[in-house]
Design a protein around this ligand. Structure first.
Ligand code: PLP
Length: 347
């Protein structure tokens, strides 16, 4: 008999949190105004203003993180501009040029930085190399950070604030890819505002799908002038859902009474336990996992054996594997993964 499969491929492989399913069922009673004219969408705006401690915050539900990132960036970056981000950033490496499409041609610059984090020195170097005001060169317009990064490391709030301050010295705007921002906030034990509005972020993606929502992400925007543009950009890209109340219902439930942070805590705790167990087996990590993602160098034969043992994960090539935990990963799952891994990886 083949072993019970254990899910570690992605938090996108997880299901929907029961609290969010319940909110959908409640929203399904009766009817409501379409295209965001409903009470739940108004409630969502109020909650976002409260949670992120910003009186002008606005929120736009979309169906994916790619839509949230690329549409937000298109509102921050002119067609002749460029977006500075880490060379491993999802917006640079994994979104098929969506930002360039929606911005009408903006260029993406992937820059280096230790621990998969964009470094201020790399941003400064990009500034120094720019011929400012020269139409032959794209003009840096946005700094974007991903937190947690695509490799599971986390910027501190001070690091995000320092990058935002550096961006401002040249009039750039600050974007945060928050595909897993709840996991970062839990890892940092900071306030939601501490990593976003108070750190100088202008616009970020809320990233709810990976953490228990059903195909619902959102753009959160602290600048009313940018929000004014987003209204049109979202409509023209087909991202104003007629039944928006079902997206808003999920996001209201998500942000109410800290549900999002409780879900992320489960994912992060599962990863911490998994990492502890793997560390005891002398497994080498590409970076110290700080949220709910871990990359380990185990070698190809061990990767094949782990897959044969029923672990579901992504191989990244060259014997590197990726494990991701979610709100659905249980203590029993982690214990079972470690039992199976021990027989394969024990030193
Ligand atoms: C860091 C990061 N940003 C953005 C996205 C994009 O999200 P989506 O797949 O919903 O477009 C992902 C998806 O895996 C991600 O990992």
């Amino acid at each position: 008999m083949s072993p019970r499969p254990i899910e570690l491929r992605s938090d996108n492989s997880a299901g929907v949190a029961p609290e969010i399913l319940a909110a959908l069922a409640t929203a399904n009673e009766g009817s409501a105004l379409a295209y965001g004219g409903d009470d739940l969408t108004a409630q969502l705006r109020d909650i976002v203003r409260e949670v992120f401690e910003h009186p002008d915050a606005d929120v736009f539900p979309v169906v994916s993180g790619t839509a949230a990132n690329s549409l937000a960036l298109s509102a921050l970056c002119p067609p002749w501009g460029s977006v500075l981000c880490h060379e491993t950033a999802h917006i640079f490496a994994n979104e098929g040029g969506a930002t360039s499409l929606f911005s009408g041609g903006a260029v993406m610059h992937g820059l280096p930085g230790e621990h998969y984090r964009l470094s201020p020195a790399a941003v400064q170097q990009a500034f120094d190399r720019t011929n400012w005001g020269d139409p032959h060169h794209s003009q840096p317009s946005v700094v974007s950070v991903t937190c947690p990064t695509d490799f599971g490391t986390v910027y501190t709030t001070a690091e995000v604030a320092a990058l935002a301050a550096l961006a401002r010295t040249r009039g750039l705007r600050m974007h945060l890819d928050g595909a897993r921002v709840a996991n970062a906030i839990v890892a940092l034990q900071c306030s939601p505002a501490g990593l976003t509005s108070a750190a100088g972020v202008d616009v970020f993606s809320l990233g709810a799908t990976k953490n228990g929502a059903l195909s619902t992400d959102a753009i959160v925007c602290f600048d009313p002038a940018v929000a004014d543009q987003l209204v049109y950009r979202l409509k023209r890209s087909g991202h104003v859902a007629s039944k928006m109340r079902f997206q808003s219902a999920q996001l209201v439930a998500y942000l109410t009474d800290g549900l999002w942070l409780r879900l992320a805590t489960r994912a992060n705790d599962a990863m911490a336990a998994l990492a502890d167990g793997l560390r005891a087996l002398d497994v080498t990590f590409l970076a110290e996992p700080q949220a709910n993602m871990l990359f380990a160098r185990v070698g190809e034969p061990a990767a094949v054996a782990l897959a044969d043992a029923g672990l579901l994960f992504y191989g990244m090539g060259n014997g590197v594997i990726r494990f991701v935990t979610s709100f659905q990963t249980t203590e029993a799952d982690v214990a079972e993964v470690l039992t199976r891994a021990r027989s394969i990886l024990a030193p």
